[in-house]
Design a protein around this ligand. Structure first.
Ligand code: AMP
Ligand code: GLY
Length: 417
C-alpha cells in the first residue's frame, strides 16, 4: 500500500514511523514531511493547505490512503475534496472538523448532548462580552472561537485583563477572523489529561491516556506552547476512570454524532480536566495531538494501517486495538526563545551518539548543505519506552544531554508536574 502523510511535525513523523512498521505499507510519502520522515519515506515539497495540489499528487501517485496530520487542512475541507474524488482518507470531513474549528460549535454540541464541560457564554461583540463578564468570577477563560494556532486561549486573572484581552480579540482583531466571536468560560481546576480516540461514526476506541506539559517552564510556569513533552500513561489519572469517561463522555459524544448525522471518521482528541474523579471536557481537537501522538503510538501494539483503514471504511468494530503495558516519555527540545521569537538554522549535532533504544522524532528540522539544522520552535522529540516513568525519564534526559544545538532548551520535569 502507498500511504501519504500530510504535515511536517513530530506528530507526522510518529505517524509515519508507526505506519512504516506495518507489513502492508510499502511506500510512505509526505507533503511536505521532514528529514526524519525522509529516512523512512519520500518527502515532496508543497503546502498542507494546497488542496488541489494534494489531490493531484494523490491521483498521479495512486495513493491508497492519505492521513491528514494538522487541523488547518481538515477545517479547510481537504478530506471532502479527496473523498469526493474517490480516495480513501484518514481524518474528519469539514463539517465534523468544526469540533476544533469553532469553540462555540463544540460547546453547543456538548450542551445538547449533556457532556460535562465548563459553564460558558458565547459573545459576538466587545460590549456584549463586557456585560457577560458579570456572570463569571476570576480567573475567567477567554477563548477565540476559531483556529488560532494555540494563541486563542487566555486565562484572565481580573476584569482589567479580561477586558484588554477581549478588546484585542473583538476590536483590534489580533487573531484575524478567529477572534471575531469569543467564548467566555468558567475556569476549571484539576489535572489535565489528553484522551485521544479512534472514531468511525459507529465505534469509538479510546487510546491510552497521555499527559501533555503545555507551559514553557518547569512547574507549569510561563506561557503556553504547543506542548513541551508528554508521558503515557498519565501519572495523574486516578484509578477507575475508564468506565466514568465512557459513560459521561465517550458514549454521549458518539450518540450525539449519530443523532445529528455527523460523519466523524479519524481521531478525536478530548482535552480533559479531572478533579475528584470527575472529568470535564476542556476542548475537542479533530486530529492527533502533538506531542501526545509521539508517546501514544509508541505504545501501540496493533497495526496502525489496519486501524486507519478500518476508520476510513467504517469497520473499526472489526479491529482489535492493543497497547503495550509500558511507559513512554517524549521530551521536546526547543529553540531558545520559543514560544516567542527564536533563531533558526542552528546546526544540530549528537544524534548519532544517543543509545539505540531512543527514538528521535523530527519536529522543526531541515537539511541545508547536507547538515541538519533547526527550522522551528519545537525542534526534536526524544522518546523512550521503559518499565516505569522513572526509567523512561532517565533515558530521555540522558539523550537530551547528548544532542546539541545553539540555544537548546527543554523542561526538566516532564512526567512530574
Ligand atoms: P484549549 O485550547 O481549549 O485546550 O485550551 C488550552 C489550555 O488552556 C488547556 O490545555 C488548559 O490548560 C487551559 N484551559 C482551557 N480552558 C480552560 C478552563 N475552562 N479552565 C482552566 N483552564 C483552561
Ligand atoms: N498538545 C496539544 C495539542 O496537540 O493540541
Amino acid at each position: 500500500m502507498k500511504v501519504l502523510v500530510i504535515g511536517s511535525g513530530g506528530r507526522e513523523h510518529a505517524i509515519a514511523y508507526a505506519l512504516h512498521k506495518s507489513p502492508k505499507v510499502n511506500e510512505i510519502h509526505a507533503i511536505p514531511g521532514n528529514p526524519g520522515i525522509a529516512a523512512i519515506g519520500t518527502c515532496h515539497p508543497g503546502s498542507v493547505e494546497d488542496i488541489e495540489g494534494i489531490l493531484k499528487f494523490v491521483e498521479e501517485n495512486k495513493i491508497d490512503l492519505t492521513v491528514v496530520g494538522p487541523e488547518v487542512p481538515l477545517c479547510m475541507g481537504l478530506v471532502d475534496v479527496l473523498e469526493d474524488a474517490g480516495h480513501k482518507v484518514f481524518g474528519p470531513r469539514k463539517y465534523a472538523a468544526n469540533f476544533e474549528g469553532s469553540k462555540a460549535f463544540s460547546k453547543d454540541f456538548m450542551v445538547r448532548h449533556n457532556l460535562p464541560t465548563a459553564a460558558y457564554k458565547e459573545v459576538n461583540s466587545y460590549d456584549e462580552a463586557c456585560l457577560a463578564l458579570a456572570d463569571f468570577s476570576y480567573p475567567v477563560v477567554v477563548k477565540a472561537d476559531g483556529l488560532a494556532a494555540g494563541k486563542g486561549v487566555v486565562i484572565c486573572d481580573n476584569e482589567e485583563m479580561a477586558k484588554a484581552t477581549l478588546k484585542e480579540m473583538l476590536v483590534d482583531g489580533i487573531l484575524d477572523g478567529a477572534g471575531s466571536k469569543v467564548v467566555l468560560e468558567e475556569f476549571l481546576t484539576g489535572y489535565e489529561c489528553s484522551l485521544l480516540c479512534f472514531v468511525d461514526g459507529k465505534t469509538i476506541v479510546p487510546m491510552v491516556y497521555a499527559k501533555d506539559h503545555k507551559q514553557i517552564y518547569d512547574e507549569n510556569k510561563g506561557p503556553n506552547t504547543g506542548g513541551m513533552g508528554t508521558v503515557s500513561p498519565n501519572p495523574f489519572m486516578p484509578e477507575g476512570m475508564d468506565e466514568i469517561l465512557k459513560e459521561d463522555i465517550l458514549n454521549p459524544f458518539l450518540k450525539g454524532l449519530q443523532e445529528e448525522n455527523i460523519d466523524y471518521r479519524g481521531v478525536v482528541f478530548i482535552g480533559l480536566m479531572i478533579e475528584n474523579n470527575k472529568a470535564k471536557v476542556l476542548e475537542f481537537n479533530v486530529r492527533f495531538g502533538d506531542p501526545e501522538t509521539q508517546s501514544i503510538l509508541l505504545r501501540l501494539d496493533s497495526d496502525l494501517f489496519d486501524i486507519m483503514n478500518a476508520v476510513a471504511t467504517k469497520t473499526l468494530d472489526q479491529i482489535e486495538v492493543k497497547w503495550k503495558d509500558e511507559h513512554v516519555a517524549c521530551l521536546v527540545l526547543a529553540s531558545g526563545g520559543y514560544p516567542g521569537s527564536y533563531e533558526k538554522g542552528k546546526v544540530i549535532t549528537g544524534l548519532d551518539k544517543v543509545s539505540e533504544d531512543i527514538i528521535v522524532f523530527h519536529a522543526g528540522t531541515k537539511m541545508v548543505d547536507n547538515q541538519l539544522v533547526t527550522s522551528g520552535g519545537r525542534v526534536l522529540n526524544i522518546c523512550a519506552l521503559g518499565l516505569s516513568l522513572e526509567d523512561t525519564r532517565k533515558k530521555v534526559y540522558q539523550a537530551a544531554e547528548m544532542i546539541d544545538f545553539e540555544g537548546k532548551y527543554y523542561r526538566k520535569d516532564i512526567g512530574l508536574n
